[in-house]
Design a protein around this ligand. Structure first.
Ligand code: NAI
Ligand code: A1CAB
Length: 269
């Protein structure tokens, strides 16, 4: 980070997840992180746990830092931008993680030449396993894009996508953890139905999802090929796969991603 200070405006679920992930991985020490929120209790918790600098005034964060993550709800982003506009000089870099809000809508609220990068991370930043996609704005430099890739790469994986695909990313990996948590819960329910205790069932289900994901990422084999490795002819797994296919599970997951992407498009209008 070359001594650059990082700021967060908004320390709710996503802001605090990013701060926790970044502090835990020691990408940036808490003493170099500044955060503001309207709720003092969120700030105090983060200050006590990670030693970050806190304020209830967003202007303090803008003044004291070089890179500022906007982690407020899309619906209030515009009012936050208009409030901080005068302090956002061209030597600062703004990062928006707001779902749906397009780069030009952000840039238009700020002074000409302001450097903005749009990012869609996910909540797994809190355990340094986020999937993040990044789209640099028209004034962002290559160094800006690299810095943002490094920050979000420190709490998971990060890649660059053209901005028109950000809604797709939001539907897939931004919202995706909420599609997988119920899968883990439901698989554990199945285990409980068959007699396992709840906590063992949850550990077995969660580890199974993590192991399957790791195999996809590390072997680079097609998920279908990996599925075939588990399904013995006439065995147990194919019986379960048949039930899932009868339930239309693939279409349900596709439709969930499409619905969430469509909502992201709506938020941008
Ligand atoms: N929750 C998630 O999994 C993800 C959220 N996002 C995006 O992150 C952003 C934040 O979402 P969440 O953290 O889920 O929402 P949240 O509601 O948990 O956090 C928003 C925070 O902003 C604070 N806030 C409200 N008005 C403010 C103001 N004027 N100045 C400073 N802080 C203010 C709130 O007190 C709250 O702590 C949204 O734009 C969302 O689209 C992106 C990826 C994943
Ligand atoms: O549900 C939402 O709107 C936010 C954006 C992606 C994940 N959570």
């Amino acid at each position: 980070m070359n001594g650059k200070k990082l700021g967060f405006i908004g320390t709710g679920k996503m802001g605090s997840s990013l701060i926790k992930g970044i502090c835990d991985t020691e990408m940036i020490p808490g003493s170099e992180i500044y955060a503001s929120d309207v709720f003092e209790s969120y700030l105090n918790e983060l200050h006590d746990e990670f030693g970050i600098n806190i304020s209830t005034d967003n202007m303090d964060v803008v003044r004291d830092t070089d890179i500022i993550v906007l982690a407020v709800k899309p619906q209030i982003l515009k009012s936050v931008l208009s409030h901080i506009r005068e302090e956002v000089t061209t030597d600062k870099l703004l990062i928006s993680i707001a779902a749906g809000v397009q780069l030009d809508a952000i840039e238009n609220e700020l002074k000409p030449g302001t450097r903005v990068v749009r990012v869609m991370p996910n909540i797994a930043a809190t355990v340094a396993e986020a999937a993040s996609a990044i789209s640099p704005g028209k004034n962002a430099t290559v160094e800006d894009a690299d810095a943002v890739l490094a920050i979000f790469g420190s709490v998971g994986s990060s890649l660059i996508v053209p901005e028109h695909l950000m809604d797709a990313v939001t539907g897939l990996s931004g919202s995706g953890p909420a599609f997988i948590f119920p899968v883990i819960e439901a698989m554990a329910d199945g285990g409980v139905f068959e007699g396992l205790d709840r906590s063992s069932a949850i550990v077995l289900a969660a580890q199974t999802v993590m192991g399957a994901a790791k195999m996809v990422l590390e072997t680079e084999m097609h998920p279908g090929q990996l599925k075939d490795m588990v399904t013995s002819p006439g065995g147990t797994t194919i019986r379960g796969v048949h039930v899932l296919e009868e339930s239309g599970v693939r279409a349900a997951f596709m439709n969930a991603v499409i619905a969430a992407s469509n909502r992201s498009k709506e938020l941008g209008n």
